[in-house]
Design a protein around this ligand. Structure first.
Ligand SMILES: [Zn+2]
Ligand SMILES: [Zn+2]
Length: 293
């Protein structure tokens, strides 16, 4: 017989053996149960009871998700949940339970999903900010007209019109680009900072993912006063937790990787500004001298 596989017919398809699990492998937790998957995070075999979530990246185990959320990231389940619900649940979880959120193993492959979320959160916050300012001006206009202040009412009305009709379409074009730039700059700078601090333990893709989801608090940009002043700081806080959990580093190193380059940038801009002002004064003094002042 020249055929090494006498029964070379396809194996029964009812219980397909996963390609990454050899026959006879047992679950790492339940030692008497046959393994059904290999966890893509910890590389341990698991049985069906140990499945946490399955996605494009593969299957993750419950042990890896122990410090995280009870279910996988809603945004990674947007096909089942619907986009609106997935976006809203993700935003809520990042804002209220960042530590558990960023400890939850991901099963999504590629950067498109997280980047889309980060850009959407930034854009939604910006567009809603324009809408809320527009509505406030229109309400002010109505109030002024009721009080007989026709001129003020007209001015407020024009502002309200500008914000609602004029600026929202501009925001819908400008904010996605701005959001994308902000995500890329923050990811590159934080990843580089963690390298300098010798605390980088995850890939650039994982850093980018962390930064994208940490954009969630930008959604609250539209809330009068609170959102205007605090959403950016809230994002910095979320980014710190995200990078700490993703790179398994300490809180102070994570905070330094988020705040450090921003401080350096502000100092550089300040120095450049001071230099320019100084140069202008010096130039003015020489000119003044020449003119005999
Ligand atoms: Zn695992
Ligand atoms: Zn098991």
């Amino acid at each position: 017989m020249d055929n090494a596989w006498p029964g070379a017919e396809p194996p029964p398809t009812e219980t397909p053996q996963p390609s990454d699990v050899p026959l006879g492998a047992r679950c790492g937790v339940h030692e008497t149960t046959d393994a059904a998957f290999l966890c893509v995070v910890c590389g341990t075999y698991g049985c069906m009871d140990c499945v946490f979530a399955t996605g494009g990246r593969g299957t993750t185990c419950r042990a890896c998700a122990a410090r995280g959320l009870a279910e996988s990231i809603p945004w990674e389940r947007r096909a089942q949940l619907g986009w609106m619900s997935a976006f809203w649940q993700t935003t809520k979880l990042v804002c209220t339970q960042p530590k558990r959120f960023f400890s939850t193993p991901s099963t999504e492959t590629g950067m498109a999903g997280p980047v889309l979320y980060g850009v959407l959160a930034y854009t939604a916050g910006g567009a809603l900010l324009m809408l809320s300012l527009g509505v406030m001006f229109l309400l002010g206009s109505g109030g002024a007209l009721l009080l007989g202040q026709k001129e003020l009412g007209a001015i407020f009305g024009i502002y309200g019109g500008c914000f609602t009709v004029g600026f929202i379409p501009i925001a819908l074009i400008a904010y996605p680009l701005q959001g994308l730039m902000q995500i890329l700059i923050a990811s590159v700078c934080s990843h580089g900072s963690l390298s300098l601090l010798k605390s980088r333990t995850a890939t650039f893709e994982q850093t980018l993912r962390a930064v994208c989801y940490a954009n969630a608090p930008y959604f609250w940009l539209f809330v009068p006063c609170i959102g205007w002043y605090f959403s950016a700081f809230w994002v910095w806080g979320a980014e710190s937790v995200a990078l700490r959990e993703t790179h398994r580093t300490t809180t102070d190193r994570a905070v330094l990787s988020v705040i450090g380059y921003r401080v350096v940038f502000m100092v550089l801009v300040g120095a450049l500004y001071a230099l320019m002002v100084g140069a202008m004064f010096a130039f003015g003094a020489t000119q003044g001298g020449r003119n005999g002042f």
